[in-house]
Ligand binder design. Structure first.
Ligand SMILES: NC(=O)c1ccc[n+]([C@@H]2O[C@H](COP(=O)([O-])OP(=O)(O)OC[C@H]3O[C@@H](n4cnc5c(N)ncnc54)[C@H](OP(=O)(O)O)[C@@H]3O)[C@@H](O)[C@H]2O)c1
Length: 298
């Protein structure tokens, strides 16, 4: 049985970080402009704290002006909206990200839609969703996770996916739907699967490009993978394992990695695949937002 390649998202993200850092240096030197990213976090969710810390660290390493606003869990929706409004007006801030999930008493859509579309580096504003759905991928701010997945797919298959069948498992607004829009814009023939889909294994076996964004550990089995397919595993699941009599937790994806690798041409690992690419695409979007704010093209 042949073995496919492990797609190294960490290495690819590091390569992109170098490019973004040097573009940031040039922007400062030639235009006196420093990209600014503001991250707002409400409450103490431990996973969110880790994500926000990573985003801040990466922004700083890219040479960005990086601001973090940590608000207590009982902050009112009005106060979060006031914070967003202030950041919308701040000329030193080009990208605004409100870390989700927000506490239950805050309407996530109201907050997300309050961010100016031109500072919406997460790509969650309806204007950006609409542009992407209309196929205007060059103009939209594309959500970071599918944007990162797409770069890894391009590396494996090329930019034009004409004649390729793509299956996206998961239909969330953050991953599944924008992923499908990007694949469609690249000319793939796209199917979106979800919890009501019948014969998911059979559907997956037809996919030249298989993207799993479900949130169920190793649900996609190796024998669901078409020989030679490219498999992108978006899932991040924490599972308890026992090793040497001791129980500890580890991260795993939505795909049985070893099983998939035995049939696929390439598979992303978890961790070290989609995760690092997601963060670097946030930096890429912020750099672009800064340039657009000053009328500098890509
Ligand atoms: N690597 C990264 O940077 C990154 C970024 C974002 C998310 N993630 C991870 O990606 C995973 C998905 O995230 P998400 O935000 O898209 O999750 P989500 O909003 O919970 O969506 C999950 C999707 O999976 C579908 N699904 C659930 N069970 C299924 C089943 N048995 N068969 C087929 N489809 C099923 C759901 O279908 P229904 O719509 O029918 O319920 C839903 O569309 C999570 O593990 C998350 O942690 C990773």
């Amino acid at each position: 049985m042949t073995h496919g390649a492990r797609i190294d998202g960490k290495a690819k993200a590091a390569e992109l970080a170098t490019r973004i850092s040097s573009a940031t240096g040039a922007l400062k030197e030639q235009h006196g402009l420093q990209p600014g990213l503001a991250v707002v976090i409400v409450g103490e969710d431990p996973a969110s704290q880790v994500y926000v810390r990573n985003k801040k660290r990466t922004a700083e390493s890219c040479g960005f002006h990086s601001v973090q606003h940590s608000l207590p869990a009982d902050t009112s929706e009005a106060d979060v909206l006031a914070m967003v409004e202030a950041l919308n007006r701040d000329p030193a801030i080009h990208g605004i990200l409100v870390q989700l999930p927000l506490p239950d008493h805050i309407d996530e859509q109201r907050v997300t839609q309050a961010i100016l579309p031109e500072k919406d580096v997460d790509g969650f504003h309806y204007i950006n969703i609409g542009k992407l759905a209309a196929g205007d991928t060059a103009d939209a701010f594309v959500p970071c996770t599918p944007a990162g997945c797409m770069l890894m797919i391009e590396d494996q298959v090329g930019k034009d996916l004409s004649g390729k069948r793509a299956v996206v498992v998961g239909r969330s607004n953050i991953v599944g739907k924008p992923m499908a829009s990007l694949l469609l814009a690249a000319n793939a023939t796209v199917t979106i699967a979800h919890s009501r889909t019948e014969d998911l294994p059979g559907l997956c076996r037809e996919a030249d490009i298989l993207v799993a964004a479900v949130g169920r550990p190793e649900m996609i089995r190796g024998d669901w993978v078409k020989p030679g397919a490219v498999v992108i595993d978006v899932g991040i699941n924490r599972v308890e394992v026992t090793e040497g009599g001791e129980s500890r937790s580890r991260l795993t994806g939505d795909v049985d990695f070893d099983g998939a690798l035995a049939r696929a041409s390439a598979v992303t690992p978890v961790p070290g695949g989609v995760g690092p690419m997601t963060i670097i695409m946030l930096m890429s979007n912020t750099l672009r937002a800064a340039k657009l704010s000053a009328g500098i093209g890509d």
